[in-house]
Design a protein around this ligand. Structure first.
Ligand code: GDD
Ligand code: MG
Length: 346
C-alpha cells in the first residue's frame, strides 16, 4: 500500500496566505499542514508517500525533504503545468506500483485509514471513496450510494436546482483508495479531473466503486480563510484530537501579560506587560508589545504587533508590522509582510 497526496493546487481561495506559502504547507498550529496527513498515513503503516506538486514545489520539497524526520519516505512528482486531480494521478503513474491511498492535500481529518483499507479489501473494490456528511454540499462533490455501499452517482459542486431533489448530504471527503487499474481509464498527457471525468467513467463502466462513510470523525477542508481559522479553533477547543502536541516552545512572556491556557505560542516569542492573548495561535518569533490584544486569531511567524494594537478573529501572515493602536477586526486576512500604519482600522 502506498499513498499519493494531491498537493499541486494554487490555493486561490486561501489568498493572500498562499502567495508565498503553498496551501499544503500553510502552518496549522505552527506545523506545516501536510504533516497531519503524513501522520495519519504513517499510523496506518503507509510510509511510502508521493507528493504530487505543481505550485511552488521547491518550497514544499525543501521543507519536508525525504520524510525521514517524520518516519516516512517521501517522493516528489512535479507537473510542468497543472494536470487536474485525475491527470496528476496519471502523471505520477511511474511511481504507482500497488494499491494507492489518494489524498486531497487540504483535508484535515483524524480518520483511521486502516478501517478504510479493510473496507476496500472486504468489498474487493477497484476504487473506494471516503464520504463525510456536511450541512451544505454545494462546495463539494456530492455522492449517492446504494444500500450495499456502491456509488451510484457523483455530482461535483451541485447547483441549487440539482440539490433540490437529492436525499443525501454525504460528500467526497477527498480520500480514495485506488487499484492501479484505475490508471488505465485516464488518458495520458491530458488535464483530467477525478471529480468530473474519472469517477463518472468508473460509474459508466460499472466498476466496483464503493463508498466508505465516515462516522464521528473530524473532517474539514482547510482551503478557505474561514475554514483555516476554524481548524485552529477546533484544535484549541479539543474538537479535533489525537495528534501529538508539539513540545511547548520557549518564549519570553512578561508576568504582567495574560496568555490563556489554550493559546499556543511558537518559539522565541516576546510578549510584553499588559498584552493579552486568548484563543489564538502565534507563530515563532512574534513580538507582542505592551497592551496589545490578540483574540480568536492566527498570527504567523516573525510578525510584530505594536503596543495597544488589537487583533480579533483575524489571520495575520508572516513578518507583518502591525502599528500602534491598529485595530484589525473579524474576517481580516493579511498577507505576509503587510505593514499597517499606527491607528489603522481594518
Ligand atoms: N498535483 C495537482 N495538480 N494537484 C491538484 C491539481 C492539479 O492540477 N488541482 C488541484 N489539486 C489538488 C489541490 O492542491 C488540493 O489539495 C486537491 O487537489 C483538491 O483541490 P481543491 O481545489 O482543493 O478542490 P475542492 O476543495 O474545490 O474540491 C475537492 O475537494 C472536496 C473535499 O474537500 C473535490 O475533490 C470535491 O469533490 C471534494 O468534496
Ligand atoms: Mg479543497
Amino acid at each position: 500500500m502506498q499513498a499519493l497526496i494531491l498537493a499541486g493546487g494554487k490555493g486561490t481561495r486561501l489568498r493572500p496566505l498562499t502567495v508565498y506559502t503553498p496551501k499544503p504547507i500553510v502552518p496549522v498550529l505552527n506545523r506545516p499542514f501536510l504533516l497531519y496527513q503524513i501522520e495519519i498515513l504513517r499510523r496506518a503503516g503507509i510510509k511510502n508517500i508521493t507528493l504530487s506538486l505543481n505550485y511552488q514545489p521547491d518550497k514544499i520539497e525543501h521543507l519536508l525533504g525525504d520524510g525521514a524526520e517524520y518516519g516516512v519516505k517521501l517522493r516528489y512528482v512535479t507537473e510542468p503545468s497543472p494536470m487536474g486531480t485525475g491527470g496528476a494521478y496519471k502523471f505520477a503513474a511511474h511511481e504507482i506500483q500497488e494499491t494507492t491511498i489518494v489524498f486531497n492535500g487540504d483535508v484535515l481529518t483524524d480518520l483511521d485509514i486502516f478501517k478504510v483499507i479493510g473496507f476496500h479489501q472486504q468489498k474487493k473494490a477497484e476504487a473506494t471513496i471516503v464520504l463525510t456528511p456536511v450541512e451544505n454540499p454545494s462546495a463539494y462533490g456530492l455522492v449517492e450510494t446504494e444500500a450495499d455501499g456502491k456509488v451510484s452517482r457523483f455530482l461535483e459542486k451541485p447547483k441549487p436546482e440539482e440539490l433540490a431533489g437529492l436525499t443525501t448530504n454525504n460528500i467526497n471527503a477527498g480520500i480514495y483508495i485506488l487499484e492501479p487499474t484505475v490508471l488505465e481509464l485516464i488518458p495520458a498527457g491530458e488535464n483530467t479531473s477525478f471529480e468530473y471525468n474519472v469517477f463518472p467513467e468508473l460509474l459508466k463502466r460499472e466498476k466496483e466503486f464503493f463508498a466508505f462513510v465516515m462516522n464521528k470523525n473530524y473532517w474539514r477542508d482547510i482551503g478557505t480563510p474561514d475554514s483555516y481559522l476554524q481548524a485552529h479553533h477546533d484544535f484549541l477547543s479539543g474538537a479535533i484530537k489525537g495528534f501529538e502536541p508539539g513540545k511547548p516552545a520557549e518564549s519570553d512572556v512578561a508576568t504582567a501579560a495574560i496568555v490563556d491556557k489554550i493559546s499556543i505560542l511558537g518559539e522565541n516569542c516576546i510578549v510584553k506587560p499588559g498584552a493579552r492573548i486568548t484563543n489564538s495561535v502565534i507563530g515563532a518569533g512574534v513580538h507582542v508589545e505592551e497592551k496589545a490584544v490578540i483574540e480568536n486569531s492566527v498570527v504567523w511567524a516573525h510578525t510584530r504587533v505594536s503596543s495597544a494594537a488589537q487583533i480579533r478573529g483575524a489571520i495575520v501572515g508572516r513578518s507583518c508590522h502591525i502599528g500602534r493602536n491598529v485595530s484589525i477586526s473579524g474576517g481580516a486576512v493579511l498577507g505576509d509582510k503587510t505593514s499597517l500604519t499606527d491607528y489603522t482600522k481594518v
